[in-house]
Design a protein around this ligand. Structure first.
Ligand code: ZN
Length: 147
């Protein structure tokens, strides 16, 4: 059921999840099957299902096509349901090797950029001014959370 190995384009994420793992009560984690929801699937669900944004607007915020947004949304919803119905642990995972946190000097908003290859230039998703890449902080996506 898992989509594997399909390269994913970079995404903008406004908020990171506050917890990375959810599990049914009373069962040890190592006996449970897991569903892995990617950060961008969660962001798509956060924007559309939680905040009530239209798909067009959500796609623009994340810097992806409507089709890509829709695929993330559909896949994320399916996995949440799978976890709840089948009593699996739900784990949030990064699907990009790198994340940078950008605070825009123009409008002050903070974003996370998820990517495989560092772009030459980046524009703030809110106000579209160019971000100074020398000033953004870079790290591997989920090293500190895993394990
Ligand atoms: Zn800005």
């Amino acid at each position: 059921m898992h989509r594997r190995g399909r390269p994913k384009g970079p995404r903008w994420i406004k908020e990171f999840p506050k917890a990375m793992l959810f599990k049914p009560r009373g069962l040890p984690l190592n006996t449970l099957e897991r569903v892995e929801i990617t950060i961008e699937e969660l962001e798509a669900m956060r924007l559309v299902d939680f905040l009530g944004l239209g798909q067009e607007e959500a796609a623009k915020m994340m810097g992806v096509s409507r089709k890509t947004l829709w695929m993330d949304l559909k896949e994320g919803r399916r996995k949440v349901i799978e976890g709840l119905i089948e009593g699996k642990a739900i784990e949030l995972k990064g699907s990009h090797p790198y994340t940078i946190r950008c605070t825009c000097e123009g409008c002050g908003s903070t974003w996370f950029y998820l990517f495989k290859r560092m772009p030459r230039r980046l524009r703030c998703p809110s106000c579209k001014i160019e971000l100074e890449l020398s000033k953004v902080e870079s790290r591997n996506t989920f090293d500190e959370e895993s394990g």
